[in-house]
Structure formats: C-alpha cells, structure tokens
Design a binder for this molecule. Sequence first.
Ligand SMILES: *[C@@H]1O[C@H](CO)[C@@H](O)[C@H](O)[C@H]1NC(C)=O
Ligand SMILES: *[C@@H]1O[C@H](CO)[C@@H](O)[C@H](O)[C@H]1NC(C)=O
Ligand SMILES: *[C@@H]1O[C@H](CO)[C@@H](O)[C@H](O)[C@H]1NC(C)=O
Ligand SMILES: *[C@@H]1O[C@H](CO)[C@@H](O)[C@H](O)[C@H]1NC(C)=O
Ligand SMILES: *[C@@H]1O[C@H](CO)[C@@H](O)[C@H](O)[C@H]1NC(C)=O
Ligand SMILES: *[C@@H]1O[C@H](CO)[C@@H](O)[C@H](O)[C@H]1NC(C)=O
Ligand SMILES: *[C@@H]1O[C@H](CO)[C@@H](O)[C@H](O)[C@H]1NC(C)=O
Ligand SMILES: *[C@@H]1O[C@H](CO)[C@@H](O)[C@H](O)[C@H]1NC(C)=O
Ligand SMILES: *[C@@H]1O[C@H](CO)[C@@H](O)[C@H](O)[C@H]1NC(C)=O
Ligand SMILES: [Cu+2]
Length: 573
Amino acid sequence: MILPKKSLILIQILCFLALYFHHQPCSLAIDEYEFVVKEATYTRLCSTKKILTVNGQFPGPTIEAQHGDTIYVNVYNQGKQNITIHWHGVLQPRYPWADGPEYITQCPIKPGGRFRQKIIFSTEEGTLWWHAHSDWSRATVYGAIIIHPKVGTRYPFPKPDAEVPIILGEWWKEDITKVLQQMHDTGGDPNISDAFTINGQPGDLYPCSKQGTFKLTVDRGKTYLLRLINAAMNIILFFAIKKHNLTVVGVDAGYTKPLSSEYVTISPGQTIDALLSANQKPDLYYMVARAYSTGSNHHFDNTTTTAIVQYKGKYSNPTSSSSSSLPSLPFYNDTNAAFSFLGGLKSLADKKHPIDVPLHIRNRIFTTISVNSFPCQDNNNCAGPNGTRFAASMNNISFVNPSTALLQAYYQHTNGVYGDNFPDMPPFLFNFTDIFLPLNLETPKRGTEVMVLDYNTTVEIVLQGTALMGGIDHPIHLHGYNFYIVGFGLGNFDIYKDPLKYNLKDPPLRNTVSVPINGWVTVRFKADNPGVWLLHCHIDRHMTWGMKTVFIVKDGDQPEERLLPPPPDMPRC
Ligand SMILES: *[C@@H]1O[C@H](CO)[C@@H](O)[C@H](O)[C@H]1NC(C)=O
Ligand SMILES: *[C@@H]1O[C@H](CO)[C@@H](O)[C@H](O)[C@H]1NC(C)=O
Ligand SMILES: *[C@@H]1O[C@H](CO)[C@@H](O)[C@H](O)[C@H]1NC(C)=O
Ligand SMILES: *[C@@H]1O[C@H](CO)[C@@H](O)[C@H](O)[C@H]1NC(C)=O
Ligand SMILES: *[C@@H]1O[C@H](CO)[C@@H](O)[C@H](O)[C@H]1NC(C)=O
Ligand SMILES: *[C@@H]1O[C@H](CO)[C@@H](O)[C@H](O)[C@H]1NC(C)=O
Ligand SMILES: *[C@@H]1O[C@H](CO)[C@@H](O)[C@H](O)[C@H]1NC(C)=O
Ligand SMILES: *[C@@H]1O[C@H](CO)[C@@H](O)[C@H](O)[C@H]1NC(C)=O
Ligand SMILES: *[C@@H]1O[C@H](CO)[C@@H](O)[C@H](O)[C@H]1NC(C)=O
Ligand SMILES: [Cu+2]
C-alpha cells in the first residue's frame, strides 16, 4: 500500500513527539509500494510507441523514505519480457538478495511473476534512483528515490523552499529492444538516441515537443533543491541553467562541501543535489542538458534537451525560446571541463558527517577498462571496426553472465557457475594510453571471474582506461558500497607520483565515478558489506559488451557480519 501524504505527515508528527518527549528515535512505519511493470503508450517526437513502464508512469513513481528506513516494493511483471529492478546506490547491508542485477544477484522476474523486494536504507541521505537491471529495459523503467533526513535532524544547508527531481534520460523513436537486438546481431555500435529528456520530456527544441516541456515555476527570492539524476543509457551529460549558478550540496546521497558552478557534469548512474537560487530578473530561463562525448569517430546524439524555469508574476517579453537564450555549456569533447567539476567536489567531512577513508590497504587491485573487439564469427561482416564485433573488458576479461544467479550459486556452494580468478593486475603490462597499440592486444578473453574479498578488509582499486579502440570515458558503478574517490588523472597511473597527490582528507564519496578518457581513477572502500556485488560501466553498451566484474565479500565471524537469509520468493531461473 502506498501511504497517502496525509498519513505520512501524521506519522512525522508522532515521530517528532516521540523524539521530543521520550528522546526515542522514531522510525517511520514500514512503507510498501506496488510496482506493476507493464507497457504503456507514449507519444514523443511526433511518434507514438509502447514503452515498458512502472504503473504506466514515465518516469516511474518516486520512492520517498527517511534516513535508515526499511521499505518493501512488490514488483509485478505484467510485461512480455524478463525484468529485474535495482535500487541504485542503496547499500542494502548484508542483503544483496534484493539488489537486482539479473544473473548476478537474482534470476529475472518472468512475465506473470512477482518479487517482493526489501530495500534497506542505512547511511544514505539525499537523492538516489531505481531502474531496471535486465537487458536495456532501464531506458524507460526508472524513477527517483529521495531519502530525507531523520525527523529531528536537518540538512547541512539552509532548508530549501521546495525540492524538485530533475531526471535526465535518453529517448529512442524505435523500440529499445530492437536497438539492442540490432547491436547484438551486427556486432556494431547501437543506434544513437533521438533525444534526451528532462523528466521524460525532450523539450521545445525538438519537433512536436513544445507542449510537454517540463516547467519549474519559481518565486523570486526562494531557493530550490534540484535532485538531478542521470538516467541516460549511453552518455555523460553537461547540465546548466541560463543565468543561474548551481550550488552542489550533495552527490550520490552523501553531502559535499557547497560547490558553486555554472554547469555540472553528470554520468549515467550519478545523482547531484544542487541548490538553485531564484535571484534573477523575473523571466523564463532555459535549463539544458547535452552530451559530453569523446572517442574518435564515435557517433553520438548531438541534440539538446530543455526545460524552463519560469518566475511567477507579471512581466512582458519573456526572452526564452531562442537559441541565443540557451546557457553556454563546455564544448562537447572538453575533457578538462568535464573533470574540473569532479576536481572541485569534496566530502562535507564535518563533525556530524565524519569520513573514514581507508589508509592502510589490504587488497590492491589495478584493473584496465577497455573497449575491445572480437573477430566476427562467420566472416568479417560485423559492423564493429574493421568488420569485427565490439567487446569490452576489465583486466582483459570480457564478463559473460552465468545462466543462473551468481549469488545463489555462492550461497548454495554450487560449483561451475563462476571462477574466483579475477586478476588484481592486468595480465600484460603495456603503455595503456599509447595512441599506437598493437592490434593483437585488442581481443580479450571471455570469462565469468569474480574477486573474493575477506570481510572488513580495505580495498583500493585503480581503474585505468586504455587507448585500445581509441579510448573513451567510463562511469564505473559499484553495487553495495560507496567508495572514496581519492585521485584521478589523465594518461597512465604513476604508482610513484600519483599516490602522493591523493586526497585522504575530504575525498568525495560516491557509488559511480567517471574514469576520464585515457586516464585513471583511484577509489577506496572497506569491504564491510558481505554479499555478491557487481562492479560495472554504467554506459549500457559497454556493460553489455562485458565491462563488468563481481566482488564476493565473505561473511565475518559474528552473526551481525553475515549475509541475511534469502527471502522466500526469490525468482528462479
Ligand atoms: C538504426 O539506424 C539505421 C540508420 O538510420 C536504420 O536503418 C535502422 O532501422 C535503425 N535500427 C533501429 C533498430 O532503430
Ligand atoms: C556564477 O559564477 C561565476 C564564477 O564561477 C560568476 O562569474 C558569475 O557571476 C556567477 N553568476 C551568477 C548568475 O551568479
Ligand atoms: C552538432 O550539431 C551541430 C548543429 O546542430 C553541428 O553544427 C555540429 O557540428 C554537430 N557536432 C557534432 C560533433 O556532430
Ligand atoms: C574536439 O572536437 C574538435 C572538433 O569537433 C576537434 O577538432 C578536436 O580535436 C577534439 N578534441 C579532442 C581532444 O578530441
Ligand atoms: C583496422 O585495420 C587497420 C589496418 O589493419 C588498422 O590500422 C586499424 O588500427 C584497425 N582499427 C581497429 C579499430 O582495429
Ligand atoms: C605512452 O604513450 C604515450 C602516448 O603515445 C606517450 O606520450 C608516452 O611517452 C608513452 N609512455 C611510455 C612510458 O612509453
Ligand atoms: C588478452 O588476452 C588475449 C587472449 O589471451 C590476448 O590475445 C590479448 O593480447 C590480451 N590483451 C591484453 C591487452 O592483455
Ligand atoms: C571491522 O572494522 C571496524 C572498524 O575498523 C572495527 O571496529 C571492527 O572491529 C572490525 N571487525 C572485524 C570483525 O574485524
Ligand atoms: C527469461 O529468464 C529465464 C530464466 O532465467 C530464461 O530461461 C529465459 O531465457 C529468459 N528469457 C529471455 C527472453 O531472455
Ligand atoms: Cu564504459
């Protein structure tokens, strides 16, 4: 049952009284949501098609919770295809069972099936999102998750007058399953999207789209908390609002030091909480998003999605709706601009929000992340480079999904489903970012190899992009954890020089980090969440080509350090 707003307010009042009079922290009553996955008809860009949705809504329903809550979502599959749902950035302590990635933590929910998913919030506070995690159905199956501070606690910034989810997405006129199928069939790049969207709407620069353009009405003098989510499939985006700077106060459901910026860079999988002060002359102002895209010869959707910030009140000659009134964004391939934003991000790291960066590292992992190619099966007719098929890998292994869920295989000690030989070093050391690399390095191995970590041990991963196939940026997402981003740079990681520049004082804590084209990123975390957790590129074409691996974090000795038992209704393969 979805609680109506009124009863939520009532519970909040009761909670407040409990806190005030009894000094008892109060947890909200358990919320239960119904998610019916089904097709619905939507018209965009002058054409009508059926898309997969939750409850017929696009974007899907928003989940609202409070810090530390546990909620349940009943997912019913009334569509024609397998589905799973992932709660992106929710750490799910000791409970990977409901995490969602198909064939990693669960078998898909088949058409007609149902799965009651338990979502356990712990330290998260801010904005996250949920999305499908099976094939490419997340193109339209996604929505926001908002985690409010506990009753009696506050934001570490002045309370905004209103809060608004801003979900960036990507739209294809064609059925997304056909786009994916064509990619599989030809071995080439998938067709690029036809539009980007803001809250499901392309905006008035596209044909037949003026009507639906998302509008945010503001009062002059008030402050708005924008809860930005990049739900796009295959592209990193720049976002800005004409004549308004954004003050970033949180990322991936953790607080940051306030960072004022004329634009933000947001990768698929990431969220940004930013304050917008309505402090300009009353008028209409464009908010826009468009691609940040690198990589040679890489086609990309070069269009711009818009929404409108409209000041209340009477004024004549609104100046929107001309391209001169678009805010300026960095050039589409400006890597320095894209990463200077990451360079400015710092954890809040104050008394109430302490940080805990691992300083002594037990497990050091260095992994390449590469786009690759396989020879075409029958002939050289594939649509990848030189007639090959595209592939992708980490440490030269292109991950192959098992045909049953890895988590169950681990839990039930079933042999033969996966190997535990994911290497902690590249099998072959070469000049990773050399522009001239021998062609024989391009072909990876196929495998289902995981890395096993002991409970409570510290982990450092250096993610090294390579120039194989030219190189491109990769937003890497880890399930079950947030990691501290202690360093990043262009070119090859230098084990002698780069660690000296690590930020161990207030590095940003995220669940997704973009590794710059032909560059590297170092992340650290403590393996204190037992389970089976996917690490993957959040560019879906790269993930589908094999850019992923899995961490198995073993149980600790104490009962509260062990996996919780599975729910009774785990879907079966
Ligand atoms: C992909 O694009 C090509 C060229 O525009 C077009 O012929 C083809 O039908 C498209 N395929 C899909 C699945 O959209
Ligand atoms: C936005 O910030 C820049 C500096 O980062 C400043 O030059 C500019 O005046 C600011 N714009 C507004 C509208 O506050
Ligand atoms: C993007 O589109 C604009 C016009 O809409 C064009 O001038 C520009 O060359 C395009 N850029 C790329 C990289 O395709
Ligand atoms: C960015 O794009 C421009 C024009 O499209 C091109 O001249 C330039 O070489 C590109 N820069 C990089 C770093 O690829
Ligand atoms: C395609 O083949 C040519 C000639 O052998 C080679 O120079 C080029 O690097 C190849 N490109 C890729 C992406 O393999
Ligand atoms: C690696 O390749 C880059 C780009 O070609 C080059 O500038 C650099 O000197 C090379 N590094 C080494 C150690 O050879
Ligand atoms: C990856 O492994 C394959 C198969 O062993 C090998 O041919 C290729 O050179 C390796 N590539 C790299 C970058 O190590
Ligand atoms: C795990 O680490 C925490 C913090 O470093 C420590 O307090 C705890 O005792 C450790 N537990 C185990 C089982 O090692
Ligand atoms: C749906 O999932 C089941 C169970 O894993 C699998 O056997 C079947 O092939 C899947 N169907 C499709 C279309 O992928
Ligand atoms: Cu990638």
